[in-house]
Design a protein. Structure first.
Length: 186
């Protein structure tokens, strides 16, 4: 007995299945820390809505002109080869503010704690001049955010610009709203 590919595809669709990209598992996430962070961020959002603070969601991402999709239909036994072209990567730091403003900065080099601090300082200066309110920035636990250098920089941000960093729990990207911006841009 033989079954066509189309028959299998139809059977899977009729069974409620779809062909889609896989997603990385968040099994390591601490559900209690995630729930606490969700509540705390909601409180920060309410403070921002009342005009008591400015809330910002900060993250960095990289863009490459080399496509990530390495899949193609190929006959069995054939090798589908494409020329390997290594193009420069552009790194982008972004901050989505509760005011609706998106502040970005592009780099053609690696993002370091020093670059990250300079970027945050620029945002903090703008917020202080424009709104004169405390700024709370939601960030993930990337090494450049948690480095020893950033510990000193965090104190400077607090002292000079009334700016605090709020670290979301590990494996909780959906708590950082700028992740949605990156998802649509990539």
């Amino acid at each position: 007995m033989s079954v066509s590919v189309e028959t299998i595809r139809k059977f899977l669709r009729d069974s409620g299945m779809v062909f889609k990209h896989t997603r990385h598992s968040l099994k390591k996430r601490d559900p209690i820390a995630f729930e606490q962070a969700t509540q705390q961020i909601e409180e920060l959002r309410e403070q921002a809505a009342r005009g008591e603070i400015i809330l910002g969601y900060v993250d960095e991402t990289g863009f490459s002109s080399t496509p990530d999709n390495r899949y193609a239909w190929t006959k069995i036994g054939d090798v589908h080869a494409v020329d390997a072209i290594r193009l420069k990567r552009v790194n982008v730091m972004g901050c989505l503010l509760s005011t609706g403003k998106l502040v970005t900065s592009c780099l053609q080099e690696s993002v370091t704690s020093t670059w990250f601090y300079a970027y945050l300082t620029g945002i903090a200066q703008q917020v202080k001049q424009t709104y004169n309110l405390r700024l709370v920035l939601i960030v993930d636990n990337a090494s450049i955010h948690r480095s020893k250098k950033m510990t000193d920089y965090r104190e400077l941000l607090q002292t000079n610009f009334s700016t605090n960093l709020y670290f979301i729990p590990a494996y909780s990207p959906e708590l950082n709203r700028i992740e949605m911006v990156w998802k649509h841009k990539q």
